[in-house]
Design a protein around this ligand. Structure first.
Ligand code: SAM
Ligand code: DTB
Ligand code: SF4
Length: 344
């Protein structure tokens, strides 16, 4: 069937029961580039319609982030302050945190209104042993607090994904970061395909996928479109899609990149919403430099999750009291009243 750029769904296959339509996973590069380049007002309008069809527009999930192992990472990701390759970055390296300390912070995040707790480690990959066992303990503890648990630990093999699933992990964050074409300009120590392989292990273990990327690293609109095309080709789609605007950290090779204009973030969010209608699209890093109005536009474009709390992993996040004011001004539902997510 000929594809309509503003039609995110394919008709149900013969014999398939309701819902009558399922999201498409067969978007071509040309289709997505054309969608991405549409006039902004038309794109935003369609994204808003798709968003209202699949989601309660007042529902914005608050996720809290914690760096459980900081700095000294052997990978050379150009954007990342935690890479050991960027010796000029002012960062305090920290070993893996104790389980009790993590759970205390998770409890505090829950009291502040977070429903998901995400833990990040500056590892290239998971290695079996006491450190991984400790992370599994953290996952069990976070789940026991009634929170969704997400971790981002680098590459995983099949068995490690299975062990995370058995510990009750809700989602695994592993970003593809950018387009396959631009990727080698940003990371040289691992391949784009290796990212996809870890995502397959996560999916096969029955864990939800959180995967997105970063804009503002010097890529073009076609790279942004191609990144979304890869994500939207995963079948099923990632349950959550973080859209990060680069936080240009002094001492990293990307330190002089200018901030991404709010309208460009909104365009990327809108395209992600149309391509992956069921996903939680998370307005992630870089939100702190967006105006309230630009953020409101991103929520209208279909963003329905934020990182909430004073810090991201190592950099400052948007101010929490400002976030509470913003949510109130927008009429978003009180996150403290929200039930754990059914899908994202
Ligand atoms: N080491 C693991 C990995 O790379 O998968 C997990 C931690 S890593 C810090 C998690 C993600 O944070 C990266 O994939 C990247 O998309 C995002 N990130 C890191 N530094 C960033 C920055 N300066 N600005 C925006 N996003 C960033
Ligand atoms: C994601 O996509 N963004 C978060 C989370 N997943 C792990 C990380 C953002 C990191 C921003 C830079 C920092 O604070 O170190
Ligand atoms: Fe390491 Fe992850 Fe940072 Fe890359 S993004 S340097 S893998 S912590």
């Amino acid at each position: 069937m000929a594809a309509n750029p503003s039609m995110p769904t394919a008709p149900a296959a013969a014999g398939e029961s309701a819902p009558a339509a399922r999201p498409r996973s067969d978007w071509t590069v040309a289709e997505v580039r054309s969608l991405y380049g549409r006039p902004l007002l038309a794109l935003l309008g369609d994204a808003q319609a798709v968003h209202r069809q699949w989601h309660d527009p007042t529902d914005v999930q608050c996720a809290s982030l914690l760096s459980i192992k900081t700095g000294g990472c052997p990978e050379d990701c150009a954007y990342c302050p935690q890479s050991a390759h960027h010796g000029e970055v002012d960062i305090a390296r920290e070993g893996l945190m104790a389980v009790e300390d993590v759970l205390r912070l998770a409890e505090r995040a829950r009291e502040a209104g977070a429903s998901r707790f995400c833990m990040g480690a500056a590892w290239r990959e998971v290695r079996d042993g006491p450190a991984f066992d400790r992370v599994l303990e953290m996952v069990r503890g976070v789940r026991a607090l009634g929170l969704e648990a997400c971790v981002t630990l680098g590459m995983l093999n099949r068995e490690q994904a299975q062990r995370l699933a058995e510990a009750g992990l809700t989602a695994y964050n592993h970003n593809i970061d950018t387009s396959p074409r631009f990727y080698p300009e940003i990371v040289s120590t691992r391949s784009f395909d290796a990212r996809l392989e870890t995502l397959r292990h996560v999916r096969d273990a029955g864990i939800r996928i959180c995967s997105g990327g970063i804009i503002g690293m010097g890529e073009g609109d076609d790279d942004r479109a191609d990144m979304l095309q890869v994500l939207a080709s995963l079948d099923p789609h990632p349950e959550s899609v973080p859209i990060n605007a680069l936080v240009a950290v002094p001492g990293t090779p990307l330190e002089h990149r200018p901030p991404v204009p709010g309208l460009e973030v909104a365009r990327c969010v809108a395209a992600a919403r149309i391509l992956m209608p069921r996903a939680r699209v998370r307005l992630s890093a870089g939100r702190g430099t967006l105006s309230r109005e630009a953020q409101a536009l991103c929520f209208l474009a279909g963003a329905n999750s934020i990182f909430y709390g004073e810090t991201l992993l190592t950099t400052a996040n948007a101010d929490s009291s400002g976030d509470r004011d913003l949510m109130e001004a927008l009429g978003a539902a009180d996150p403290k009243a929200a039930a754990p997510d059914a899908a994202g």
